[in-house]
Design a protein around this ligand. Structure first.
Ligand code: PLP
Length: 452
């Protein structure tokens, strides 16, 4: 059976002898500050499966943190990369026009979820770079200095995006930080104060956002409000549609650009190509979308989409970069997009979500340690609380640590998330087979049982 079709199988102690040797070399040469969760070495990977150098096979529910939506080593993507590599790798877009950049930008523009038509596409290399460029575009286009971001947000590790990121564990000792970044409360409904829910909870969070205009930056100085449609690092917390709609109205009232950071939520994960498609369908599209991670099936590529009318207001020469829209990455991205459209990956995400949500919700009934189950499409999180459960909702990161450790010993790669480290995320490649998904769910439940 090919690796692509196989089921998780652990044959050695973990890590095995060959993996151990690689990890020893890693410890010597790779800075410890680039922290690692698993003592796991990848030798090859196909679909949703990873093989280590000792022949152990793992089902990957993390996918390089949302990079592998299309699956590892898909033949069409590999072939597109091979073909482009035989022609040329690089073109500096300021010097020589790279047709692959143009073809990919045209293709993604056709699927654009943002407000305005026509749109233009700026390509870059990483998620942080895309987010940073979205802010630069918004500042230049509006002539305003400030931005508003949210509690629980993760936007990257550059100086600006580290500042935009909420969790300060990611920026200890890295100051001074850039000015002009203000923070409002994200609608984390499970933890809404006083158990508020429904319209009352939405009204509370909208009010919290408007307080920033009073306490920190008047709206006429705000260029952009930047949010994640589903917070990733923040704990897989979806932004409620009604809240996004209200934020859109606030932006319209004050001439502020609304930016959706789709670095983790993009490329079919949510049940649409972009999560922002849901907003467009509802009649309240965002102004700017950023994307990265899964766009090129594992090669570095990111981008910003917004109306040409907005892009036209950006001062010439202020955005760009040497490797922006690398030809090999763009060739891969074209193949990824075609495969996702031809095989309806958004529908695959919704089918996976149905299967998983049925199991996760059943577990919630069975195990008081599960406080919340939530998500958008196949971007799902299970939040764990202390056994006393109930209104205290005390986070239980220790239990999550035990489940994650137990799962990889059985061949399932899980990862935690969340401000309190008490959420287990689901970011499995969307090409996972039914048998693999069922095996993963069985391993996960066995690990909950043995970790309680
Ligand atoms: C929502 C979001 N934005 C931005 C980033 C930063 O992306 P990168 O690590 O490619 O810079 C991430 C990475 O996890 C992310 O999840």
């Amino acid at each position: 059976m090919s690796l692509r079709e196989s089921l998780p199988q652990v044959k050695t102690e973990l890590p095995g002898p060959k993996a151990k040797a690689v990890l020893e070399r890693r410890a010597a040469i790779v800075p410890a500050a680039i922290s690692t969760i698993y003592p796991l070495v990848i030798e090859r990977a196909e679909g949703a499966m990873i093989e280590d150098p000792d022949g152990n096979v793992f089902l990957d529910w993390v996918g390089g943190v949302g990079v592998m939506n299309v699956g590892y080593s898909q033949p069409e993507v590999v072939e597109a990369v091979r073909e482009q590599a035989g022609k040329f790798f690089h073109s500096m877009m300021n010097i020589t026009a790279n047709p692959r950049y143009i073809e990919f930008a045209e293709a993604i523009a056709k699927a654009s979820p943002v407000k305005g038509d026509p749109v233009q596409v700026m390509l870059a290399n990483s998620g942080a770079e895309a987010d940073e460029n979205a802010v630069k575009i918004a500042r230049s286009a509006t002539g305003r200095p400030n931005i508003i971001v949210f509690s629980g947000a993760f936007h990257g590790r550059t100086a600006l995006t580290m500042t935009m990121t909420a969790k300060k564990a990611y920026s200890i000792g890295m100051g001074p930080f850039p000015d002009g970044v203000y923070r409002a409360e994200f609608p984390y409904l499970y933890r809404a104060p006083g158990g508020l829910d429904g319209d009352d909870a939405i009204a509370y969070y909208v009010n919290k956002l408007e307080e920033v205009f009073e306490n920190a930056s008047p709206p006429q100085h705000v260029a952009a409000i930047v949010f994640e449609p589903v917070q990733g690092e923040g704990g897989f917390v979806p932004a409620p549609l009604e809240w996004v709609k209200a934020v859109r109205a606030i932006c319209d009232k004050h001439g502020i650009l609304l930016v959706a950071d789709e670095v983790q939520t993009g490329f079919a994960r949510s049940g649409r190509l972009f999560s922002s498609d849901y907003y467009k369908e509802g009649g309240f599209p965002v102004d700017i979308v950023t994307f990265a991670k899964s766009v090129a099936g594992g090669l570095p590529l990111s981008g910003v989409i917004c109306a040409k009318e907005v892009m036209d207001r950006v001062t010439k020469g202020t955005i760009g970069g040497t490797f922006n829209g690398n030809a090999v990455s763009c060739a891969a991205a074209l193949a990824v997009l075609k495969k996702m459209q031809d095989e309806d990956y958004p529908a695959k995400a919704l089918a996976i979500a149905d299967t998983c949500m049925a199991r996760f919700n059943a577990w919630k009934e069975k195990y008081p340690a599960i406080g919340d189950v939530r998500g958008l499409g196949a971007m799902m999180g299970v939040e764990y609380i202390k056994p006393e459960g109930g209104a205290a909702k005390t986070p239980n990161p220790e239990l999550v640590g035990k489940i994650v450790a137990a799962a990889w010993k059985k061949g399932l790669i899980l990862e935690s998330a969340g401000t309190y480290g008490n959420v287990i995320r689901f970011l499995c490649p969307l090409c996972v087979t039914d048998a693999q998904l069922a095996a993963g769910l069985d391993i996960y439940e066995a690990c909950i049982e043995e970790s309680l």
